[in-house]
Ligand binder design. Structure first.
Ligand SMILES: [Mg+2]
Ligand SMILES: [Zn+2]
Length: 271
């Protein structure tokens, strides 16, 4: 299947394989591939993108300044409150999300994974279910992902998108609503039981500070793809310097999806 360009109109007839086939084939997948969403799968932060639907395409000053990584969900909530109070309806929010471009080479990577049965792909994101599902469906990429771990979101009767925290956890490093390591650990062990064996390797692609915690649970056999020059990459470089040997997974920085595909092709050739 071919991914459509963001902004393209939905085709009349979908030619993709039925989703049940993908789920069945994922039972045979040798590798688990976890994706972050903002600035990894998409080339923007979706909270910034949705502001295009706002009057004058900007936030009030108080809201645009108030942005701390540990309170990402609260910040998103305030943006959605501002949009609904400004009379921005679901149609405009949906359109703003659909127009977000994929990261460079993103379609190449997703098509590579879709064309093979070796990879079980999931999303782990501190964005929200409405943004992610809207974007994936528009891009024709939703069939690739067997699971999306994110904050649940729903429009209320006033037309406001209400976001709820994904879970609670005891990790002191992560935002209150989401520790991606807790999600990764739980999913990996659940799937190992269901499959009767663990995944051969785990891959993790991300860009942000909150993508570090999950990768600390990975081993030497696993690979992390940090977006080159983004916070995740810088933190890993610091860890390598300050605590040599502490960070276990291999690290393959990426600028484009093709960088990841090149690496995966080599992995598939290994016996
Ligand atoms: Mg991100
Ligand atoms: Zn954590």
């Amino acid at each position: 299947m071919r991914l459509r360009c963001p902004g393209a109109r939905a085709p009349q007839h979908r030619t993709a394989r039925p989703s049940t086939e993908r789920i069945t084939s994922s039972m045979a997948a040798r590798f688990l591939f976890l994706f972050d969403f903002d600035e990894t799968l998409i080339n923007e932060n979706s909270d910034n993108s949705v502001v295009r639907a706002a009057p004058f395409q900007k936030l009030p000053e108080a809201l645009s300044k108030n942005h701390q990584p540990r309170f990402f969900l609260e910040h998103s909530q305030q943006i959605m409150k501002f949009l609904s109070e400004s009379g921005v309806a679901e149609d405009a929010i949906r359109a703003a999300i659909q127009q977000i471009p994929a990261s460079p080479g993103g379609a190449v990577l997703l098509n590579f994974l879709l064309a093979r049965e070796d990879f079980e792909c999931v999303i782990v994101s501190d964005a929200n279910s409405y943004f992610i599902e809207t974007w994936l469906r528009h891009a024709g990429a939703h069939k690739l992902f067997t699971k999306v771990f994110t904050n649940p979101a729903e429009f209320n009767t006033n037309g406001r998108l209400v976001l709820r925290p994904f879970h609670s956890h005891s990790c002191p490093k992560c935002p209150e609503n989401m520790c991606k390591q807790a999600i990764l650990r739980e999913y990996v062990s659940k799937r190992a039981k269901e499959r009767g064996e663990p995944f051969r390797k785990v891959f993790y692609i991300g860009d942000g500070e909150n993508d570090i915690c999950p990768t600390l649970a990975l081993g030497q056999n696993d690979t992390v793809f940090p977006r080159r020059g983004f916070p995740m990459h810088k933190i890993i470089q610091d860890l390598h310097k300050t605590q040599p040997g502490m960070y276990k997974p291999s690290v393959v920085p990426w600028d484009r999806g093709e960088d990841v595909v090149d690496f995966l092709k080599k992995v598939l050739q290994e016996k």
